[in-house]
Design a protein around this ligand. Structure first.
Ligand code: ATP
Ligand code: LTN
Length: 331
């Protein structure tokens, strides 16, 4: 059976509790992919230390990110679900690829430019070489498809360039990965500044809805969401806040923009915002219940990530050995 399906790899950083944006834009699409593809998903903990993390909080975030992936429906039987740092080949491959990636290429990465401006007191080398670690994640598994949001496309392009460069020097070692843009792609914007994407690391906690937020907090955040001075629930240019709320409501309920507009005709924003909040609470309730059950069962989580790491290490080890042999290392 293995080999017949296309291989998929994706990762998510445990840099905070995942948001509604991560769910609607990424995780929710990963779940059905498990039936169509041979999927490998990783909690990218090594990537997360490019930003300073407080040890106790970091440990909790890794654990919670792993549990939330299971809670939304990533299956440890259908897929390989593991912690990146548990498979040492990732760090080793990142070093190899660093030596096949140009300074100029890394300098052009917009995420590096954004993050080095935002965290100007800690512009570490890891922040700069982050794309090599990510390329290694993907290339170690010979992944053909990589589901990512628009923000990661540039990194994926660089992964392709590095894979092609390596293959050009040594023969076919790596599969050159393609970006995979799921059919239902949602881009969820900040509730406080709807021109910015909703981000789990936003300092303003009212700007995002965490997947673990309590129902009252979710309702409150939607009630306070920034809109405009009009009162008509209508999708239109310049109405970024309302457009975003309508997008969330559409994505959660499956309704079209026209249907939503009709549903709230003559109602004003208050009623609409409450409805969006309620819909999100209903969406997250079963996920939160499953999360609560899983997080209390450390033994099960541990068993899952041990199995995941063992399966991942076998695949990754093969590619690492092949790449090292080609370079000339004595094996
Ligand atoms: P950070 O705030 O730490 O940069 P983030 O919330 O932007 O994190 P990532 O871990 O970088 O999230 O992204 C994980 C996945 O979620 C990626 O595939 C990304 O494209 C997707 N994603 C992130 N934010 C959104 C959003 N607001 N809407 C839709 N998809 C998103
Ligand atoms: N950089 C990604 C997370 C990530 C990833 C990957 C995504 C790490 N390794 C490999 C796809 C493939 C992010 O910040 N969203």
């Amino acid at each position: 059976m293995e080999g017949a399906k296309k291989r998929v790899f994706s990762g998510i950083q445990p840099s905070g509790m995942l948001t509604l944006g991560n769910y609607l834009g990424a995780l929710r699409n990963w779940v059905p992919m498990q039936d169509e593809f041979d999927c490998i998903f990783s909690v990218a903990d090594l990537h997360a230390i490019t930003i300073r993390q407080e040890p106790a909080a970091f440990r909790r975030q890794i654990l919670e990110t792993y549990a939330i992936l299971l809670a939304v429906g990533i299956s440890p039987e259908k897929s390989i679900l593991f912690l990146q740092s548990h498979v040492s080949a990732h760090a080793e491959m990142a070093w190899l690829l660093d030596c096949y990636t140009q300074f100029g290429e890394l300098s052009r990465m917009t995420q590096f430019k954004d993050k080095s401006a935002r965290y100007s007191s800690n512009v570490n080398a890891g922040l700069f070489t982050y794309p090599s670690l990510m390329a290694g994640d993907i290339l170690l598994y010979q992944a053909e498809l990589v589901p990512v949001g628009a923000d990661q496309k540039q990194h994926l392009e660089l992964s392709r360039t590095v894979a092609e460069r390596f293959n050009g020097l040594y023969g076919p070692v790596f599969t050159v990965p393609e970006p995979y843009i799921p059919k239902v792609g949602a881009r969820v914007m900040s509730l406080q500044d709807p021109r910015k994407k909703m981000s789990k690391s936003d300092e303003n906690h009212n700007a995002f809805v965490s997947l673990l937020d309590k129902p009252d907090d979710i309702i409150r955040k939607f009630k306070r969401a920034v809109t405009d001075s009009e009162s008509e629930v209508k999708y239109a240019d310049g109405k970024d806040g309302v457009n975003n709320l309508m997008g969330i409501y559409a994505s959660v309920t499956g309704k079209t923009m026209d249907e939503i507009q009709r549903e709230f005709e003559g109602e004003g924003y208050g009623v609409f915002k409450s409805a969006v909040g309620e819909a999100v609470v209903d969406l997250l309730r079963p996920i939160q219940q499953e999360f609560d059950r899983l997080i209390a069962d450390k033994g099960y989580l541990e068993a899952c990530w041990k199995t995941g790491a063992a399966r991942a290490a076998r695949l990754a080890g093969r590619t690492l050995a092949k790449a090292m042999k080609k370079i000339g290392f004595i094996r």
